[in-house]
Design a protein around this ligand. Structure first.
Ligand code: FNR
Length: 178
C-alpha cells in the first residue's frame, strides 16, 4: 500500500512537515510507503496551462494518482488553508482529476491552541468538491505544535503519538474499504 503526505506549507521550518516526516518514519514499512510530497515548486494554477503543465505538476499529479490514500498536513492561515495548498489542490482537481474516489485523511498542526480546526473544516469542504472521501471522526488537531514536535521528524508528546497510533490503522481500514 502507498500513501502520499501532502504538506501544505512552503516554510523551511514547517511544523507540518515535521509531522509528515514523523508519520513516514513511524508508520512506513515494507507494506506501507509514505512519501512526503512538496508543493514548493508548483507554479500558480492557470487554466491556460492545464493541458501543458510543467514537469513539477506532472510529477506531483502522478505521485497522487499512484497513491492509495492521501494524508493532508495543513497549516492554518487566517482561519483557512494556505494559498499554496489551495493552489496544489486546484492542479489536482483538473484534467485527469486524480482525487476522485481517493481516500483522504486530514491533519494539521499550529502553535495556536485550536490545532488548525478552521483550516481543516475548509479543507474537508474543498475535498468534497474533488469527490475525495474523507475519514471522519479521527480529527487530528495538534495545537501547541511547537511544544510537541522537534527536529525534522519527531513528535515528543506521548498523547499525540497515542492518538496517531489509533488514527493510522483507522485510515488503513478506510483505504482498504474503497
Ligand atoms: C498564521 N498562523 C495561524 N495559526 C492559527 O492557529 N490560526 C490562524 O488563523 C493563523 N493564521 C496565520 C496567518 C499567517 C499569514 C501566518 C504566516 C501564520 C500561524 C501558523 O499556524 C504557524 O505559522 C504554523 O507554524 C504554520 O505551519 P507550518 O508552516 O509551520 O507547517
Amino acid at each position: 500500500m502507498k500513501y502520499v503526505a501532502i504538506v501544505g506549507s512552503n516554510s523551511k521550518n514547517s511544523l507540518n512537515r515535521v509531522l509528515a516526516n514523523f508519520l513516514a518514519k513511524r508508520y512506513g514499512s515494507d507494506d506501507l510507503s509514505i512519501d512526503v510530497l512538496s508543493i514548493n515548486n508548483l507554479p500558480f494554477y492557470s487554466v491556460d496551462d492545464e493541458l501543458t503543465p510543467s514537469q513539477e505538476v506532472v510529477a506531483f499529479k502522478q505521485a497522487v494518482k499512484e497513491a492509495d490514500g492521501v494524508i493532508w498536513l495543513t497549516p492554518e492561515y487566517n482561519h483557512s488553508i494556505p494559498g499554496v495548498l489551495k493552489n496544489a489542490i486546484d492542479w489536482l482537481s483538473r484534467v485527469d482529476k486524480v482525487m476522485i474516489n481517493k481516500p483522504s485523511l486530514i491533519m494539521g498542526t499550529t502553535p495556536g491552541f485550536l490545532g488548525t480546526v478552521y483550516a481543516q473544516m475548509h479543507l474537508r469542504d474543498i475535498l468534497f468538491a474533488l469527490q475525495s472521501p474523507v475519514l471522519m471522526g479521527n480529527d487530528t488537531l495538534v495545537g501547541a505544535g511547537h511544544q510537541k514536535l522537534s527536529g525534522s521528524d519527531d513528535v515528543t508528546d506521548e498523547s499525540t503519538i497515542d492518538w496517531l497510533d489509533t488514527v493510522m490503522p483507522n485510515f488503513k481500514a478506510f483505504v482498504e474499504s474503497h
